[in-house]
Design a protein around this ligand. Structure first.
Ligand SMILES: [Fe+2]
Length: 186
């Protein structure tokens, strides 16, 4: 089914974007220059804000608004899997929020929070990477088995309406609140 292949290709490609951004952040953290205010710390914020906006406003709506509703209520195992993924989203958001709050303290010059910040970011990365792996290894294969041609076509058409220009300045989707923003230093 072409529509199924297209949908899965879009989602896994977006996962690759998220993974690559996390890897870039990891590389940046290795250099150590981010511990004090300056260009490296600004780059860290830019990458974190990109991940937040890309996930919440470009990637997540495709899954949560279009794919998951089509799978909901099919069987108990699948519903439990989707519930676990939902919890992973919440956990990842909480960890990113914590990292943003610590980032704001670094931006104010409090270098003593550097280790806590790096730990919060590593915990966020681990949560996100595990979720992406689960979606690719479990959710998408189940969806391929359960959904029919018409359903995949409907999902593909709906997903096409979600903005996707690479490098675009994404608007934060307000359905997924980001409480750290009121603590941000910029
Ligand atoms: Fe995903």
């Amino acid at each position: 089914m072409l529509a199924a292949e297209s949908v899965c290709a879009v989602l896994t490609t977006e996962h690759s974007v998220i993974r690559q951004t996390l890897h870039t952040l990891d590389d940046l953290l290795q250099c150590g220059l981010w511990r004090q205010p300056g260009p490296a710390l600004k780059r860290v914020r830019t990458l974190m804000e990109f991940i937040e906006a890309f996930d919440r406003s470009c990637h997540r709506p495709k899954e949560y608004d279009h794919l998951l509703p089509a799978l909901s209520g099919r069987n108990g195992t699948l519903d439990r899997l989707m519930s676990a993924l939902d919890q992973a989203h919440t956990r990842g958001d909480d960890r990113l929020d914590q990292a943003f709050m610590l980032l704001a303290e670094l931006e104010r010059g409090d270098e003593s929070r550097a280790e806590d910040f790096a730990l919060a970011l590593r915990r966020h990365h681990a949560t996100v990477l595990q979720r992406l792996q689960t979606e690719e290894a479990s959710l998408l294969p189940i969806a391929r088995d359960l959904l029919g041609r018409e359903e995949w076509s409907g999902i593909a058409s709906a997903m096409a309406a979600v903005p996707y220009p690479p490098g675009a300045l994404y608007e934060i989707d307000r359905r997924y609140p980001a409480p750290h923003r009121k603590h941000a230093a910029c």
